[in-house]
Design a protein around this ligand. Structure first.
Ligand code: 0L1
Ligand code: MG
Length: 263
């Protein structure tokens, strides 16, 4: 049951989107709206999505965030969240990301999948996700919370589109039966130095479990994951801060590598 009025939802969506587009930080919105509920938080996120689509941007995928138990603990939260990916978030492999357009970016190594069948919750399972996986894709996410010093609570994060900012895909695409996503190892390097390592199991035990959870969470809003959806399943590594001049390279076991540079 939503608590906030439509006018307040629209106002908060504009406020958070302005912070994203103009790269300034804000205080968490629950400071001013402590009674807002989960439905309000997702309503604000969906209103940001609507605003971008109304300006001609395509929504080109979905993401799960806060899917690793380590990160949930680090951030003091206890459930994952989902968000959307807009077309301009996508950066080519080997490309550059302009720091001036962001506030305080961090990078996360992720595994993405592309579906070839619709997935419906509730009750969506890992087996159904694996059967509906067209391709497994290496991906790096750049998150950039609009909240000062990344200080937030979960409802504020959901409203802020789960800190989504940019993402890069690269390496090799594989079919689900060609790769064991659970044991798949990743090594993240910044300027040639290893800064984080991990395996797919860091993501809710298996990246496909993250997609099943997404289908089940979407069902609460009467939605599903359509066939052909690109989904980032969540960080395998910790989110690592970057600065101008940093070159980020993530090597994926059997799947090649993805790189970006911050300028
Ligand atoms: O993609 C993510 O896991 C980020 C979720 C939002 C929380 C954060 O900004 O760390
Ligand atoms: Mg992420």
């Amino acid at each position: 049951m939503a608590v906030l009025s439509k006018t307040t939802i629209a106002h908060l969506a504009e406020h958070l989107e302005n912070a994203e587009l103009q790269a300034f930080d804000v205080t968490k919105i629950t400071d001013d709206y402590p009674d807002m509920d989960w439905e309000d938080a997702y309503d604000i996120q969906y209103e940001i999505r609507r605003r971008k689509e109304a300006r001609g941007h395509q929504t080109i995928g979905l993401k799960m965030g806060l899917t690793s138990y380590a990160k949930m603990k680090q951030m003091g939260v206890d459930v994952p969240v989902y968000a959307f990916l807009s077309d301009y978030f996508s950066v080519p492999d080997g490309g550059e990301i302009n720091m001036a357009a962001l506030i305080h970016p961090k990078v996360e190594a992720e595994i993405a999948i592309i579906t070839n069948q619709p997935l419906h919750g509730p009750g969506c399972t890992v087996a159904q996700v694996l059967a509906a996986t067209e391709a497994v894709v290496p991906a790096v996410e750049v998150i950039d919370s609009r909240y000062r010093d990344f200080k937030f609570d979960l409802k504020s994060v959901v409203a802020d589109n789960a800190s989504s900012a940019r993402f890069v895909t690269g390496g090799k695409l594989k079919r689900a039966d060609q790769v064991d996503m659970k044991t798949l190892g990743v090594v993240m390097e910044i300027n040639g130095r290893v800064v984080a390592t991990g395996a797919g199991a860091a993501v809710l035990g298996h990246p496909a479990a993250s997609v099943a959870m997404l289908a089940n969470m979407l069902a609460e809003r009467g939605e599903h994951i359509p066939a052909g959806t690109f989904i980032m399943t969540g960080g395998i590594t910790a989110a690592v801060e970057v600065k101008a001049g940093d070159s980020v390279r993530v090597r994926y076991q059997d799947l090649g590598e993805v790189s970006i540079r911050f300028v």
